[in-house]
Design a protein around this ligand. Structure first.
Ligand code: SER
Length: 397
């Protein structure tokens, strides 16, 4: 990497937006809400392309052909679900930001590949020896050919080591938004963070040292409810880069949680629970609790700001489970028996409010909803403990 100061998360987000708006004529299209009010096929917004689904399907238009943003996403419940991994590892989140650039029937594979490579290796100076790309190997059941075009473009339009290109099947290299909807082959870029650059065999192996950072999807089909693929009238590009992951890579950390994104939230957790500082250990219960609570309060704050509420069904139920998971960690690990998540909302606004100004509008309302839900759950826990003691006494007598 060039000898420059380490960039903050805010600077990295801005670099991405500037690269596509200033250098490549994209229009900044603000993130859509995480609650997809007009799409019944989705529980939460799970990718940047969701708000452009109508354009991909040829049913809608925008005033621009190229767009860029950082999209608020939630992957908990539904097709893309990372909830159970959160807290235990270094790189999954229920809520995360996805940096994305899109072409609506405009540029296609060549530009998407070239620009992604240029941003990563020239603007951000990532070590080319640490980058691996995957392309689609084809699929007989769906009658799809291998994506030789993408493979060739990587070889011709970038200086990637050709031995760092590999072909993978549908699970890894054919992106679908849900059971139905726009989809297509994709080319993923992975980063090898092993100390000695020995990660070539760890691509797509769920190893925290070699992680996917950017997915370039070449949208060409619609999958209908019966599972049939139909070619779309135009070809589109839909890319998505995990913001928390690229910040970790560019800040030279081994965990997403060791970046400046999480500092205000960890500080607030420490202050409100009276716990010891975050230590970054993977197995330690206190550190796991820090990660779970920090992740979950971001998710709750963003989802409630965008109009969701904890409840007994659908997305409200997912939020209720997320809140309860965080409360259990606060109670069991930090010993806090009063509502505490509600006191962390301001720290989320502090870390995300510049990028997503809607968070600054009414954080008190968000905190109130969280406080009421925490109180209700704490009463349930207390009643459960009382019942347990009663039953234990009856058994003894
Ligand atoms: N839609 C693709 C993804 O979520 C690329 O943005 O990975």
């Amino acid at each position: 990497m060039p000898e420059t100061a380490v960039k903050t998360a805010a600077e990295i987000r801005q670099d991405f937006l500037d690269f596509f708006t200033e250098k490549h004529g994209h229009t900044f299209a603000p993130s859509s809400p995480v609650v997809p009010h007009d799409d019944p096929t989705l529980l939460f917004t799970n990718a940047g392309m969701n708000q452009f689904k109508d354009v991909f399907l040829g049913q809608g238009e925008r005033e621009y052909k190229r767009a860029v943003n950082s999209q608020k996403c939630i992957r908990a419940g539904g097709k893309h679900n990372d909830l159970e991994d959160v807290g235990k590892d270094t790189y999954h989140h229920t809520f995360f930001e996805m940096l994305g650039n899109w072409s609506f029937g405009d540029y296609f594979k060549a530009e998407a590949i070239q620009w992604a490579w240029h941003l990563l290796t020239e603007i951000w100076g990532l070590d080319k020896d640490r980058l691996y790309v995957t392309v689609f190997e084809g699929d007989d059941a769906d009658g799809l050919e291998p994506d030789e075009e993408a493979e060739q473009l990587w070889k011709e339009h970038t200086d990637i080591d050709p031995s760092h290109i590999s072909r993978w099947g549908k699970k890894d290299n054919f992106w679908e938004m849900g059971d139905s909807g726009p989809c297509g082959p994709c080319s993923e870029i992975h980063y090898d963070a092993t100390p000695d650059k020995s990660g070539s065999e760890l691509v797509n192996r769920d190893d925290p040292q070699v992680i996917e950072i950017w997915n370039l999807v070449f949208i060409q089909f619609n999958r209908d409810k019966s599972g049939k693929l139909t070619p779309l009238p135009a070809k589109h590009v839909d890319t998505g880069m995990g913001f928390e992951r690229i910040v970790r890579v560019l800040q030279g950390k081994t965990s997403n949680y060791d970046t400046d994104i999480w500092m205000p939230i960890f500080r607030a957790i420490q202050e409100k629970t009276g716990g010891r500082p975050y230590g970054g250990d993977l197995e330690d219960h206190t550190d796991i609790a820090y990660r779970v609570i920090a992740d979950h309060i971001r998710c709750l704050t963003v989802a409630i700001t965008d109009g969701a509420v904890p409840s007994n069904e659908g997305r409200g139920y997912v939020l209720r489970r997320i809140l309860r998971r965080a409360v259990r960690h606060a109670r069991q690990t930090f010993g806090v028996e009063r509502p505490v998540l509600c006191d962390l909302v301001d720290s989320v606004v502090e870390s995300l409010g510049e990028a997503f100004p809607e968070l600054k509008k009414d954080p008190e309302r968000v905190a109130k909803i969280i406080r009421e839900e925490e109180n209700a759950f704490l009463r349930t826990i207390d009643r459960g403990i009382e019942h347990f003691h009663d039953a234990a006494e009856r058994t003894e007598s």
